[in-house]
Design a protein around this ligand. Sequence first.
Ligand code: SAM
Length: 402
Amino acid sequence: MRLHRNLVFAVIDTLHLVFNEDKYADKEISKTLKRDKRWGSRDRAFIAETTYDIVRWKRLYSEIADVKAPYTRANLFRLFTVWATLKGIQIPDWPQFEDTPTRRIKGRFDELSQIRKYKESIPDWLDELGEKELGKLWDKEINALNKQASVVLRTNRLKTNPKELQKTLDEEQIATKLLSEYPDALELYERQDVFKTQAFKKGLFEVQDASSQKIAHALDVQEGMRVVDTCAGAGGKALHLAAIMENKGQVIALDIYANKLKELKRRAKRAGAHNIETRHIDTTKVIKKLYDSADRVLIDAPCTGLGVLRRNPDAKWKLSPEFLKEITEKQSQILYQYSRIVKSGGKLVYATCSILPSENEKQIEKFLSTEEGEKFKLIKEQKISAYQSGYDGFYYAVLLKK
Ligand SMILES: C[S@@+](CC[C@H](N)C(=O)[O-])C[C@H]1O[C@@H](n2cnc3c(N)ncnc32)[C@H](O)[C@@H]1O
């Protein structure tokens, strides 16, 4: 592979914003990709994948290159050099790469690969927490979470079915496979920009990880029901619910951020999902008005996102023990308050994209011992490991209101 100056510079500029200015990798990468219209799909893939790779391996590469934050431009080039050397890419004779110590880089890599926090490139506190919460499983789990995520689509059954969608995408040169355990899913053989396709513009699919596609099915919704999605965000699960319900009944989508609900509405229009009503939680009244009224309630709770590190590797550097404490308290409050929306005989699904028991089964255990929780019975629980599933790490519990 030959390195092109403007593409490497684009990677370095993006890394500067993520590492030094605390910006989000996904947002900065999309901005960078808009910089030059002449870049083709391979150029774009190089920028995105290289940036994500260096973000993912930041600690390991920093140790190898012996550099620390804040990262000067020269230091960012040293991280890039480590990346290229370990990938076996020929280093060009630009001034930024003078005297690359290739053998030293490989030697340091072998040494550091013996120690998990370096090998898996994670902060000390996260390594200790992972081991404390998951024991022996942590080793395999963090290893799986450092792999690059595949692209999985969720077929919009309001407009098509997986086999038909597969054919349509084939005509647009996108090859996919069906996933037997996930009824609505298609996985791409190769990473491609699916948002440009006519199929996407027509609302035939959404991009949604296979594990995440399990959540809407867990609600066991039927046509005509009243379903409340309490933390709906931009609507990944709400859209899926509307499709399973074949547009019949009602999905009430709530969130504390109005801009996310606006995006949900845009996506619902594209998908032809007509039974979703959005309500912005701007006062507690919005929740109180719904008490004892829903057949199904989904709490897709805000969480650390430790199950989706493959997609958001910069979360490793943005999370902190303080945030974990804050978010688990918020999850307990949300569970206590929003569970009251379920009517008698109805079901509550609590889900997170985290792999930590303190955000998952421990939350449910604690909730069941509260005054509100005593009204519920746990009927199903699934811990979806990234290592075992090959997809994102997720958790869900199904509770029946007595
Ligand atoms: C895991 S995300 C939801 C993802 C979404 N359900 C999907 O499938 O695309 C959690 C959401 O909870 C929202 N949130 C945070 N605090 C909340 C609260 N107190 N009440 C309702 N929503 C909240 C966040 O804005 C975020 O959109």
